[in-house]
Design a protein around this ligand. Structure first.
Ligand SMILES: Cc1ncc(COP(=O)(O)O)c(C=O)c1O
Length: 436
């Protein structure tokens, strides 16, 4: 960051030099004074999605009714959109499908992975993983293990066990501990490529090789990397991946998720949910299930068409900008934020809750403070800054390279400074709202 200084003018210069600056115009920005720093939780609404949803409502659903499934390409949308997302995650054609939520996709793919490594009983994950991932894995281990009431379980005598590795500082995972946990009994390692709290970025290539050396399979959760961080699933020889589309891909609240099944597993992998959308010939209405070829067998039921088509349109800007440029701007934004925070916020009691080393950092930055929850409330309620709070003490600031500006980063730090020096957070209670 050349000639870095604390002036607002410096931020303006960075925006002037930003070759992605014009992408911001493709988003609905209702109030330019509102500093939206939560694109890592819910991306902004794109103008393309806004237009597309109106068109789907009025012209397709409204006029074409049920004919829309054939006429407007609704039926093929999950695979068609999967192919577009494939370009963002380094996957060749025929391996990505859009379906369900990330949590459901995790259940489906983790169950398939365990079946492909039958006999092995251990699942390894990260204690700092997104809790839903850990819950799904716990539930699956429970489901597939012998029940104390029934004696032997369906899958065999021994119970499945989920083991997790930790972190010494809550930011950087203990990779030695991860390596030591992977044994000849490990069936599956499941990790978030970028962790939700600190934003640590795992080395996908290195970890995948480490897992394969022990004969286990790896499943990557791409929620916090997809659309902001380059992902090379095929080149890393990853086995499975899942990810949401409502963060950096701007798909919209509750937009359906993606899943990836490497070609090498497709003939043998079986979904644990045999839904009709994953059937080889759904409209034959055969009573016996015959899986569709390839990744399509991981579809379950009717895809939520409004969300799906809104999300498809939202992919345009990310595909056009390309991941090298998105990553480059994302790192510049996070580097700038960290520099400003070191100078202005650290003396006010904040510490960095994300990796300082850019090579292992995703696209959000966590700033820790003992009063983080109340500060977060003050920012939202009276300062027109929207970050989010992640317990116990993290204010997360998402840097979405398609629309976050350097001036917004500068202004966010300035408003945080004001909240601290004027002690504006003191009037808020620590009582947590439902969504933080
Ligand atoms: C890393 C990670 N994994 C999984 C999920 C859960 O996604 P979903 O609600 O689509 O199941 C999230 C949601 O924010 C997440 O951040």
């Amino acid at each position: 960051m050349q000639n870095f200084n604390l002036s607002r003018n410096y931020a303006t210069q960075l925006d002037f030099q930003d070759e992605l600056a014009s992408f911001r115009e493709q988003f609905v920005i209702d109030d330019p004074d509102l500093l939206y720093m939560d694109g890592n939780s819910l991306g902004r609404l794109s103008k393309a999605s806004q237009t597309r949803v109106r068109e789907v409502l009025d012209d397709e659903w409204g006029r074409d009714l049920i004919n829309g499934w054939n006429k407007n390409g609704w039926w093929d949308a999950p695979l068609r959109i999967g192919e577009k997302i494939a370009a963002l995650v380094g996957a060749a054609q025929g391996q990505v499908l859009v379906s369900d939520q990330t949590s459901v996709n995790l259940f489906k793919l983790a169950a398939s992975a365990l079946a492909l490594r039958a006999g092995r009983k251990q699942i390894v994950s990260d204690a700092y993983n997104f809790p839903s991932d850990l819950y799904v894995l716990q539930g699956l281990a429970n489901l597939l293990s012998p029940s104390p009431l029934q004696g032997e379980g369906r899958v065999g005598g021994r119970a499945y066990e989920l083991v997790t590795f930790g972190s010494r500082d809550g930011i950087t995972p203990d990779l030695d501990e991860l390596e030591s946990l992977i044994t000849e009994d490990t069936a599956l390692v499941e990790l978030s490529h970028v962790t939700f709290k600190s934003g640590y970025l795992f080395d996908m290539q290195k970890i995948t090789e480490m897992v394969h050396r022990k004969g286990a399979l790896v499943l990557w959760d791409l929620c916090h990397s997809i659309g902001a961080t380059p992902v090379a699933l095929d080149d890393c020889n990853a086995d499975f991946a899942i990810g949401c589309t409502y963060k950096y891909l701007n798909g919209g609240p509750g937009a359906p998720a993606m899943l990836y099944v490497n070609k090498k597993h497709q003939a043998d992998a079986s979904s644990p949910i045999w839904g009709w959308w994953g059937q080889s010939d759904p409209f034959a209405f055969n009573v016996d299930y015959q899986p569709a070829d390839g990744v399509a067998r991981f579809a379950t039921g009717t895809a939520p068409m409004l969300s799906l088509l809104a999300m498809e349109s939202a992919l345009g800007p990310a595909l056009e900008a390309g991941l090298p440029r998105l990553r480059s701007k994302s790192l510049q934004l996070s580097e700038y934020l960290i520099r400003l925070s070191d100078e202005i916020l650290a003396p006010l009691g904040f510490s960095l809750g994300s990796p300082r080393d850019a090579t292992v950092r995703g696209s959000h930055v966590s700033l820790r403070h003992a009063d983080a929850y109340r500060i977060n409330r003050a920012l939202i309620e009276e300062m027109k800054v929207i970050p989010d709070f992640r317990a116990p003490d993290n204010i997360r600031l998402g840097l979405a390279p398609l629309y976050t500006t350097f001036a917004e980063v500068w202004e966010t730090v300035e408003r945080m400074r004001i909240v601290m020096v004027e002690k504006r957070y003191e009037k808020y209670s620590g009582q947590r709202l439902k969504v933080t």
